[in-house]
Design a protein. Structure first.
Length: 302
């Protein structure tokens, strides 16, 4: 069983990093334990954020392709349960140190129950996204992100019901990550060179489409907030839309360097949340730089 667990964890890491990239794997493990350390020292305030660990394992299980092969083993459910508990070990260690026995009992039962569920096969899901930006539909089908939406509504309801604003803000950040994901996918340079419209019009078009698609995801949360008359929290619901728009612009600012785009996006949005949106004043500068970069790709000179 230990050998099988090692094999499964190796496959999991191989999907994230190239073969032999042990430094990246070690950094990921260290990052997980650092997050667990922050959770341990701020457990009362950040307790509900630990659900992100479990959500990641659930999403990974939902998208994995080797379930049918694993079912050839009689103990495959125990094997998967052990794998996920090993992956969640930083979180589990925090629960043990905090003596949170209630969650420690429920966690393996929840994971085992989810593993035992039959896998549904949806023929086709019609997403309300504009096909002018195909990456939204592609990513939602590829990663089955539709599963996260009803879960988000449930978390939003619990956050409001138990008056936990931190849990709600964590949900908003989760939706902001989802709405920013399509902008990390890029069209090829050849497609930009064949554009029949000017760079400014093209960027505004991408801006509108991504904002509209992100708005579709925010509407259910907004309805829940309005129903419970949580007007103070309603202003935060616009954050996923802002994240989608900002990352569209950053797509063209850092067109040839996806890593810089990701790092700058996290840094920029983090500062915007921390300093009450003041860094958004620099957005026109980024917008202008994105237009210049599109024109550079099109070999247009001004």
């Amino acid at each position: 069983m230990v050998k099988s667990l090692s094999y499964l964890m190796t496959i999991r890491f191989r999907k994230l990093f190239s073969k032999g990239d042990y430094i990246a794997i070690i950094l990921l493990i260290v990052a997980y334990f650092l997050i667990a350390g922050v959770l341990f020292y701020n457990y009362e305030r950040l307790r509900f954020y630990s659900a992100v660990f479990v959500l990641e394992a659930v999403m990974y299980h939902w998208n994995r392709k080797d379930i049918e092969l694993l079912r050839l083993r009689k103990n495959y459910k125990i094997l998967l349960l052990a794998e996920y508990l090993l992956w969640l070990s930083p979180f589990v260690i925090v629960l043990v140190l905090k003596l949170d026995w209630e969650v420690l009992v429920v966690l393996p039962l929840f994971i085992y129950g989810f593993i035992s569920l039959p896998k549904w096969h949806f023929k086709l899901i019609h997403y309300p996204f504009s096909l002018a930006e195909p990456f939204w539909t592609i990513l939602f089908r590829k990663y089955k992100l539709a599963v996260a939406l009803p879960l988000s509504l449930a978390i939003g309801y619990l956050a409001i019901q138990y008056q936990n604003d931190n849990l709600f803000l964590g949900l908003i950040l989760f939706l902001a990550v989802i709405t920013s994901m399509p902008a990390f996918e890029k069209e090829r340079e050849e497609e930009i060179k064949r554009l029949q419209i000017d760079a400014s019009s093209y960027l505004r078009q991408q801006w509108r489409i991504n904002a509209l698609n992100a708005f579709f995801l925010v509407i259910p949360i907004g309805i829940v907030l309005i129903f419970f008359q949580k007007w103070s929290l309603l202003t935060f619901a616009i954050l996923p839309v802002i994240a989608a728009v900002v990352n569209v612009v950053l797509r063209y600012v850092f067109f040839k360097n996806a890593l810089l785009q990701q790092l700058f996006f996290v840094f920029y949005m983090g500062l915007s949340v921390t300093f009450y949106g003041i860094p958004l004043l620099a957005f026109p500068f980024l917008y202008k730089k994105a237009i210049n970069h599109i024109n550079t790709i099109k070999y247009v000179e001004y």
